[in-house]
Design a protein around this ligand. Structure first.
Ligand SMILES: [Zn+2]
Length: 216
């Protein structure tokens, strides 16, 4: 099951506002912050934030750490495909979620949609395979990434690998002064092999070693 089950629903008025913005050729993503549109956009943004904060059980989409309940600055409306590149998807319910301030800032405007070979994409992709990252509306995070000690992120798939790199999830722990996760990464490789072989005894053994290492 995907991490997000229910997408945000917009009222009639909100839909009209969204349509206006998307149709307006002069509107750019920076207008999101402009004074004259601030109030209605703020309400819209707060509606989106409130919905996804609850739907995501107050967890950031990418790092799974807690987002703020009161403060908007650490519970940001996140555009999964960057709004700088995909203006048409700016309010697409499936392109929205909430993230922590760090993930939002680090991910920035990096592309997350796989490019089509010979044509331009006309509609928002409707399946997981079109995206490079773990997509909360299409993917289950735990299928792609394991988290150890709330700190180390181990990729289980290519999407997991991309997401960890995109948001610098391990790098942030290293920068914060934790040891380099080399040893844990080696164990993670072994764990992946053991899972591929389906050896539950080996899996348990490696997990035990991992936990011991993380406890030290
Ligand atoms: Zn985060």
């Amino acid at each position: 099951m995907a991490d997000i089950e229910k997408q945000v629903v917009f009222s009639k008025e909100q839909k009209i506002l969204i349509e206006e913005i998307v149709k307006d050729d002069d509107f750019s993503h920076t207008d999101w912050y402009k004074e004259e549109k601030k109030k209605s956009l703020q309400e819209l943004r707060s509606h989106i934030r409130k919905h996804y904060r609850t739907e995501q059980r107050r967890k950031c989409t990418y790092c799974k750490r807690e987002v703020s309940v009161q403060s908007a600055s650490n519970c940001q409306v996140e555009h999964i495909a960057p709004k700088e590149k995909y203006k048409d998807y700016m309010f697409h319910p499936k392109n929205l979620c909430v993230s922590c301030a760090d993930c939002n800032a680090i991910k920035w405007c990096h592309d997350t949609i796989k490019p089509l070979k010979n044509s331009e994409r006309k509609r928002y992709p409707s399946s997981s395979g079109a995206f490079l990252l773990v997509h909360p509306h299409f993917d289950n995070y735990a299928d792609h990434i394991d988290i150890f000690n709330d700190r180390w992120y181990i990729d289980k798939t290519e999407k997991g690998h991309f997401t960890i790199g995109l948001c610098k999830l391990n790098q942030r722990s290293v920068d914060f002064g934790y040891y380099e996760p080399d040893e844990i990464m080696v164990l993670a490789e072994e764990l992946r092999d053991a899972k591929a072989k389906g050896s539950s005894k080996l899996i348990d053994l490696i997990k035990e070693r991992m936990l011991k290492l993380l406890d030290e």
